[in-house]
Write a protein that binds this ligand. Structure first.
Ligand SMILES: [Zn+2]
Length: 378
């Protein structure tokens, strides 16, 4: 059966990279570019990008992102950019939604996209897909493109200045990559986000991603707490951004993302938690479904140490809230990629796994003692 490995054209990561961005963007033949970014970004890092591009003689228009990666926002931006002088490259600078919107806008304009994440909270930068939301912010669907981004530029100085919670959430999203790819590979009918079988590269990168996080996760989080870049942070940004994206796209997703997606249906959880935080608890649930108790303990211990939610209560869900659990269970078994698990997943099994993950989390917190929980305090 078909194997597909996708990737961005080039990935560049360095501290202070934004001040030299034009050197890399110029290699794409850019003479006139559009920068998609928020108004907040225009008062901050976007100014450094503009300076770099101006120095290199590259003309710029700036498109202000409205905040939601919805079809309406994308069409509005496409119309606005078309009304300016023609551009040859679109640069998306910001968080996951800005980057996803940028990929969709560039696709519609038929120009290469340069992706510049300012957070390491998710694996959006390196994938050839965008998650679309309704204007109200509910997940609607996703678009898959024929090509990944032309160029990904990651400035670790900017990542280190962002609130710690974002890097921590990225660790949750990235850690799941290996376990989901492994499940997808174990199922002979498992398929990746590109509609193909997981190949060796996707699996190897996913495994390296998890190994890197176990080794450097705690130290990298401490570096961001101190707002400085060190070798551990460079490793974890690489894992959260490049390895996680490539591994998820070419290795496949499974139960962890099904549970995470189900959590978004609980309004309180969706409003207060980041994608990677929901994936973290989703991964613990997946490992319980797989009866991988030792591995679940290892993962849970790291999650608790870096400040990811490891109990239902830490996600703002009361154990006794039967209606909330019913919603999560039903949505989990409805998720398209739950079929990537190598065995049939029943509602009862999901419910049991959610509660077992919760018990494990409570036990680990009791052993580790009082570790500052970041999610609600940043
Ligand atoms: Zn994810």
């Amino acid at each position: 059966m078909t194997r597909i490995f996708g990737s961005p054209g080039r990935y560049v990561q360095a501290a202070g990279l934004i001040d030299h961005a034009a050197g890399h963007i110029g290699k794409l033949g850019a003479r006139r570019v559009a920068i998609l970014c928020s108004s907040r970004s225009q008062r901050n890092e976007a100014r450094r990008l503009v300076d770099s591009l101006h120095t290199a003689g590259i003309a710029i228009v700036i498109a202000t992102f409205g905040g939601e990666c919805s079809r309406q926002e994308i069409e509005k931006q496409v119309a606005w950019v078309k009304a300016q002088a023609p551009i040859d490259v679109l640069i998306a600078l910001g968080g996951g939604k800005t980057l996803d919107a940028g990929k969709s806008i560039a696709h519609r304009l038929a120009v290469p996209v340069v992706v510049m994440p300012t957070l390491a909270s998710n694996d959006a930068p390196c994938t050839a897909l965008s998650v679309l939301y309704t204007p109200e912010g509910a997940t609607e669907s996703f678009e898959v493109f024929d090509q990944g981004p032309a160029l990904v530029l990651v400035d670790t100085d900017i990542i280190a200045q962002a609130p710690t919670r974002f890097l921590v959430a990225g660790i949750g999203d990235a850690m799941s990559t290996w376990y989901e790819a492994r499940a997808c590979q174990q199922n002979p009918a498992g398929i990746t986000l590109l509609g193909a079988r997981p190949g060796l590269a996707g699996l190897a990168l996913a495994e390296a991603c998890a190994r890197t996080l176990f080794e450097h996760g705690v130290e990298a989080v401490a570096a961001v707490e101190a707002k400085r870049v060190n070798a551990a942070l460079e490793q974890v940004v690489d894992a959260n951004t490049l390895l996680s994206g490539l591994g998820a796209e070419s290795g496949g997703v499974a139960a962890a993302h099904a549970v995470a997606q189900a959590f978004t249906l609980l309004e309180e959880v969706d409003r207060n938690y980041l994608h990677g935080e929901m994936v973290a608890f989703g991964l613990l649930t997946q490992l319980m479904l797989e009866a991988e108790r030792d591995e679940a303990g290892r993962v849970c211990s790291l999650f608790a140490q870096v400040g990811l939610p490891v109990t239902l209560a830490q996600l703002g869900i009361a154990e006794a809230d039967a209606a909330a659990l019913d919603t999560v269970v039903a949505a989990t078994i409805d998720f398209p990629f739950i079929g990537n698990m190598p065995f049939a997943v029943t509602a009862d099994a999901v419910r049991r796994a959610l509660l077992e993950a919760d018990v494990l989390g409570q036990a680990i917190i009791a052993v580790l003692g009082d570790i500052p929980y970041r999610a609600l305090h940043s």
